[in-house]
Write a protein that binds this ligand. Structure first.
Ligand SMILES: *[C@@H]1O[C@H](CO)[C@@H](O)[C@H](O)[C@H]1NC(C)=O
Ligand SMILES: *[C@@H]1O[C@H](CO)[C@@H](O)[C@H](O)[C@H]1NC(C)=O
Ligand SMILES: *[C@@H]1O[C@H](CO)[C@@H](O)[C@H](O)[C@H]1NC(C)=O
Ligand SMILES: *[C@@H]1O[C@H](CO)[C@@H](O)[C@H](O)[C@H]1NC(C)=O
Ligand SMILES: CC(=O)N[C@H]1CO[C@H](CO)[C@@H](O)[C@@H]1O
Length: 460
């Protein structure tokens, strides 16, 4: 009976193991044993057990890192990750570049930079959201850029994650053995391919309130996130200012240079209609000297929905493309392709459309449970800043150290060309890791109509 009481008042973490030890001891030593020495014995075990637990925790974390960093010939690896500059829709250097030419440019840069024999590329997947004819355009652009008629191509669309969906699609095809080498691309001309949204669905579909929410603009979801989770305008502006300041510093230090593949294109003077050949080689959305105080003065972009989302604290409307070349490690070695990183995997999570912005707060933990890792194992996070409201929420909810989130700024400063972003984050994230001597990278984004996607990459 005494033993029972003892155990009860010492009920904490080690409870079960201690009961097990105590009953084991009492069974074998019986009632001849002095209860005090039993208590002392059990306390000793408990301390040892605590030390063991700490050791196991340490070991588990080290284990996760070494498991993530382990190399096998069957790993799916990234041998190239590049992007075009990201430029302001309607104003920037790519404003007159149709999707055909944006894709042509990024395809051609992929071949030139990787020096891969294009006939070795079995399949291309292009993430694109807004161009209704992307499947025509992309295949034609691939042929023009130098991919032979034997290189297949598909187009995918899961809104803001399309660029990552294309990477996942290619990686899975390689993993399954259905292709050997594939190019994953994301591209969007927000200048020329407009999103007019949708006003309504069929009568049957509109009866569902969540379906009805799918007609609402993204600014509405940002205000919902701000209100539901108490994300203040002040926090949003502070986050946005940080994005601008980091992007400005990164650009000045040349930290984007390696990932950017310049675009040779034509720009039209809006007044004279005169066409000029230009080389677009830098991001133009970054506003030098941006401060939270300055952002605080910008008027609400969606006053009809709520007060806190502005042109200064939401992602910019932007043109751009990015490409990621993937194959097995063994294939990369055979073809002499440089191994930049291992693509470990990706996952998607879905939620109510009215708060779509918090998608990463579900997708990232899901990714962590699939691949058995925690925040402590991650060196850098790239979470797409669709809106500061969702970015602030995700940073806080996931307990991410601000020092490791979007170290070179994000979509608020650089822009968010919808279909491009998922591939763009991989290019930026890999170069950020390389520059800082870091390895484990998580990329993630929220997705319109209520989803989130996340990927795990280990840089070598
Ligand atoms: C496919 O492309 C190759 C060159 O890459 C060309 O020689 C061949 O004629 C093309 N096939 C057909 C049926 O046109
Ligand atoms: C958010 O969504 C709901 C619909 O579920 C709406 O009624 C509400 O007013 C919205 N706006 C804000 C700012 O919360
Ligand atoms: C906007 O920010 C204020 C504080 O700046 C906060 O009280 C409010 O909940 C936020 N969201 C909405 C939708 O008003
Ligand atoms: C993660 O751990 C669980 C059990 O702890 C195990 O079943 C699973 O195979 C592990 N997954 C990976 C990717 O290591
Ligand atoms: C992504 C987004 O909704 N951005 C908006 C930011 O605010 C400006 C107006 O100031 C809107 O035009 C953008 O659409």
């Amino acid at each position: 009976m005494e033993e029972y009481d003892y155990r009860k008042e010492n009920c904490h973490q080690g409870f079960n193991i201690r009961i097990a030890i105590a009953s084991y001891v009492s069974t074998f030593i019986g009632y001849h044993f002095n209860i005090l020495s039993l208590i002392g014995f059990v306390e000793g075990i408990s301390m040892a057990q605590q030390r063991l637990q700490q050791f196991v925790q340490h070991l588990t974390s080290t284990d996760a890192r070494s498991r993530l960093e382990a190399k096998s010939p069957d790993d799916v690896v990234i041998t190239l990750a590049i992007r075009t500059p990201l430029t302001k829709a309607k104003k920037g250097g790519l404003k007159d570049t149709v999707l055909d030419d944006l894709l042509y440019s990024v395809f051609k840069s992929s071949i030139d930079k990787s020096k891969i024999d294009p006939s070795k590329v079995d399949d291309i997947c292009v993430g694109n959201v807004l161009n209704g004819k992307a499947a025509y355009v992309a295949r034609a652009a691939a042929l023009a850029a130098g991919f032979p008629n034997t290189t297949a191509l598909s187009v995918c669309n899961r809104w803001c994650s399309s660029g990552l969906l294309s990477v996942q699609t290619i990686a899975n095809a390689i993993k399954a053995g259905s292709i050997e080498v594939g190019l994953a691309v994301g591209a969007e001309s927000m200048s020329l391919d407009r999103d007019d949204g949708i006003k309504e669905f069929s009568e049957t579909v509109m009866q569902n309130p969540e379906s009805k929410d799918c007609t609402m603009p993204m600014g509405w979801t940002s205000e919902n996130v701000s209100r539901d989770f108490g994300v203040s305008r002040e926090k949003m502006d502070a986050f946005a200012a940080r994005s601008f300041q980091r992007a400005e510093a990164a650009q000045k230090a040349g930290r984007f240079d390696e990932e950017i593949a310049p675009v040779h294109t034509t720009i039209i003077d809006p007044k004279t209609g005169e066409k000029t050949r230009v080389v677009v080689d830098r991001d133009d959305g970054i506003r030098p000297g941006t401060t939270a105080e300055g952002l605080g003065k910008i008027r609400s972009a969606f006053p009809q929905y709520g007060p806190n989302t502005t042109g200064g604290n939401a992602s910019q409307v932007t043109d751009g493309a990015a490409a990621v070349l993937l194959m097995k490690r063994s294939t990369a070695e055979k073809l002499g392709q440089p191994i930049l990183a291992k693509f470990v995997g990706a996952t998607v999570a879905a939620l109510a459309p009215r708060i779509m912005g918090i998608g990463p707060s579900l997708a990232i933990p899901k990714l962590m449970s699939i691949h058995n890792f925690t925040n402590a194992d991650v060196d850098l996070f790239e979470i797409n800043e669709a809106f500061a409201s969702m970015a602030v929420y995700c940073e806080e909810k996931l307990g991410i150290d601000p020092e490791v989130l979007n170290v070179n700024g994000g979509a608020i400063a650089l822009g968010h060309p919808l279909g491009c972003t998922g591939a763009r984050q991989i290019a930026t994230g890999i170069s950020a890791c390389k520059q800082r001597g870091k390895k484990v990278l998580v990329t993630s984004m929220c997705i319109g109509l209520g989803m989130g996607m996340a990927s795990l990459i280990v840089v070598e």
